[in-house]
Design a protein. Structure first.
Length: 405
């Protein structure tokens, strides 16, 4: 057995007592706490970013294809489903689904108040099952093959403001020439917790908007495109634009809701600074604690030198001692961090205020390559720092150290 490793095991905190045992435990605890907090930070950050992004994409798609106009109006200019893009997008393998839509500004009259809203008309190609996660009361609107059912869904925010509930009959007034109105039934309530949608969007039928705007049966306001991997959204843009008609434009949800995605990007910087500080403190503690252990073992160092041990052998003793602390701290830190993540992911123990955080509980995202990289980085950085205090050993003089008290 390696002599340095054997001695390191003999002076480990299981064998030592008193001050040495306390110092070992502090070192293990500080490292474990730093690693656990780092893992939890990335879990929560990833979960938060993924949840908000999925809500935006789930409501608008990853891209929207619309007719190019110079107007900034909420309502879109129509184009035909039989356009070159409408028929050719299926040849792109990364496109998972496409949904037709149109928007129409309206006034909605409740029991006491009137509210300006934007009705989003959806067709039979709308993925009702994917949207079901946002439905908190009632059901999705039914879309008949012919005609319209005169059903709408309201956001929870709008329904509360107008004191409406599922089953109520309401009137929608559409500002156009000539003005028109529709008597509709509220069949469902949805909630995304995103103000951009909940404050102004209601869900209605695409055919209703076609009728109001005197569009043809094949005309729509736009198409929502869903791709297989939203992290590749920038690399797919050119391929989609190559298939588009000259009078159409492609808008990504990241550009359309730039304030949301810029805010999510800023969160990365906060977490990196936070984790950098935690890592620095944990590594500094390891170096400082190992230096204290070396000072406490000064007499042992002098005795080993007097018996003929080289500086390298004695340095390896404390290096192995530091590695022992490192591995124990990482084992405990991973157990705490991943354990808390599993509990939160399964049982949603920590709630959030949806009005402030856009979700009702702390989300968890499992990104194993990042967690492995964090562990690997801590091992390399700490192992490098461990050599700094052990270099003091070369300056210890045997005669003076044996008499050291």
């Amino acid at each position: 057995m390696n002599l340095s490793y054997f001695i390191a095991k003999r002076i480990s905190f299981k064998k030592a007592g008193g001050f040495s045992a306390t110092i070992h435990k502090i070192a293990v605890g500080s490292l474990a706490l730093g690693l656990a907090v780092s893992l939890i930070s990335f879990m929560v950050l990833g979960g938060f970013q993924r949840t908000v992004s999925e809500k935006v994409y789930g409501f608008t798609g990853h891209y929207q294809v619309q007719r190019f106009t110079m107007s900034n109006a909420f309502e879109e200019a129509p184009f035909s489903l039989d356009s070159e893009f409408g028929q050719g997008y299926k040849q792109l393998p990364f496109i998972e689904k496409v949904q037709s839509f149109a928007h129409k500004a309206a006034l909605i009259k409740g029991n006491e108040e009137v509210e300006g809203v934007l009705m989003k008309g959806i067709g039979k190609d709308f993925d009702a099952q994917a949207f079901q996660r946002y439905v908190i009361e009632g059901r999705m609107i039914s879309i008949p093959d012919e005609g319209s059912s005169n059903e709408v869904m309201l956001s929870h925010l709008i329904a509360n403001k107008l004191e409406l509930s599922v089953g109520d009959k309401i009137t929608l007034y559409f500002v156009q020439d000539p003005p028109r109105y529709r008597r509709v039934e509220v069949v469902g309530i949805f909630q995304t917790y995103l103000e951009n949608f909940d404050e102004k969007i209601i869900i209605g039928e695409l055919q209703t908007i076609r009728t109001l705007n005197d569009w043809k049966k094949d005309q729509i306001g736009g198409m929502e495109i869903y791709i297989d991997d939203f992290s590749k959204i920038s690399s797919y843009t050119h391929a989609i634009e190559e298939l588009m008609d000259f009078d159409l434009k492609l808008v990504s949800s990241e550009d359309k809701y730039l304030e949301i995605f810029d805010w999510l990007s800023l969160l990365d910087n906060n977490v990196y600074v936070f984790i950098g500080l935690i890592g620095f403190v944990a590594v500094f503690n390891m170096g400082a604690i190992l230096f204290i252990l070396i000072m406490e073992r000064t007499q042992m160092i002098g005795l080993l030198k007097a018996l003929g041990s080289s500086n390298k052998q004695i340095q390896q003793i404390f290096f192995w001692n530091g590695i022992n602390i490192l591995l124990r701290g990482m084992l405990i830190g991973n157990a705490i961090g991943l354990g808390i993540g599993i509990l939160q992911d399964q049982f949603k123990l920590i709630p959030l205020d949806p009005a402030s955080y856009y979700m009702s509980y702390v989300p968890i995202h499992w990104n194993w390559p990042v967690y492995i990289l964090i562990n690997f980085g801590i091992v390399l950085l700490t192992a490098a720092v461990l050599w700094i205090p052990v270099m003091v050993i070369s300056r210890v003089e045997p005669i003076r150290s044996i008499r050291f008290d």
